[in-house]
Design a protein around this ligand. Sequence first.
Ligand code: ACO
Length: 430
Amino acid sequence: MPDTLSIIDNRTGKKYELPIQDGTIRAMDLRQIKTGPDDFGLMTYDPAFMNTANCRSAITYIDGEKGVLLYRGYPIEQLAEDSNYLETSYLILFGELPTASQQQAWTREITLHTMLHENIKKFMEGFQYDAHPMGIFLSTVGALSTFYPDAKQIFDRESRGRQTHRLIAKVPSIAAYAFRHSIGRPYVYPDNDLSFTGNFLNMLFKMTELKYQPNPVLARALDVLFILHADHEQNCSTSAMRLIGSSHVDPYSALAGAAAALYGPLHGGANEAVLRMLGEIGSVKNVPEFIKRVKNGDGNVRLMGFGHRVYKSYDPRAKVIKKIADLVFTVTGKNPLLEIALELERIALQDEYFVSRKLYPNVDFYSGLIYQAMGFPVEMFPVLFAIPRTAGWIAQWEEMLLDSDQKIARPRQIYSGPIQREYIPREKRQ
Ligand code: ACO
């Protein structure tokens, strides 16, 4: 059987044969299907890109039905067990696990770039005392483009490498400064003796002690959470990164846009929304009533941290996170909201509404509980997501830039407004 799709246009009786490659047809192949010479040609209508592949990508593989997530072919469970965030970010960015010397050089480069320019600090001081740290984060990342004008050389490999080092290294510093600003504490400079996450904890939580000693369990837990969040193929923020980057803007500006997309409650803001939801439910005894409200669609209430566009089974990241939660709680004490979360999950997983719609806990359902137990306010949750996702965003941006199939992204529309009409002078308008 040929790998083609036969289409008969019943409007004209004409028959077309379109090639099928990798389980897709090219949308542009439909353009030849016309009713006459004035017809623009057939398009597809796909709001929210429910069934449209926008790129070829060799970075992340997801099988949503089976709950499989691979970075460059490696299962997320194995990376979470044996890797660390810096190694995983190298894998995501460069396609292979680093050798010992590559890992050493990569770690050194990242460590050398953790400092922020003093003017960036001044820039951040201008935010209101209670500014949301994600607002500070995404604005500051955008502002980096004014400090590194060489970032505009996007087709220069070395320049891309420099911006990659800067971005991976500086996002934790920006995040920590945003946090310290929002709670009125002085900024803490990076400590290059510490690991990536150990230093991040230092910049967040150091007080008057001469040398901050990160708790190894919490530093490791954060490392694993960073691995789990490093990439997730063509989600909303990654698509934003690719789309903005397709205009050939510098990576800082594109990444600010990606971070803005991540900020929304339906995406990276979901773990913040989960915690607010658990707080509102307040007690295990109120869980059945809340589930009822979700099912009735009262005021558009959703069970936050449940459901996913791609996963139609248990999110493999949520499984790993549940294990880490137990580990973190041995250090921090149990988060009192955990009981409510467990009860929500227990009821939802046997309720027809959630089962029939294949709604399972996603990565955000438990991550917020861990972050809160570690001492982060909920406003920091999307920022904690943006730090590791920076690796994925850059890798996807670079892949897009080097892909000869790609051009500036520009979807089509079905126009539904008025047809051409004459301008009405103001005095004649009714
Ligand atoms: N609670 C209750 N009902 C839900 C939920 C939920 N969390 N998620 C989906 N549904 C229902 C929808 O109402 C819809 O029902 P219907 O068929 O009767 O209309 C059905 O399940 C399908 O849902 P869609 O909205 O079509 O699914 P979509 O793929 O568009 O949305 C999304 C995915 C946005 C993640 C959604 O499940 C959601 O809003 N979840 C809560 C927010 C959340 O946790 N987001 C984090 C996602 S993970 C991440 O970004 C890192």
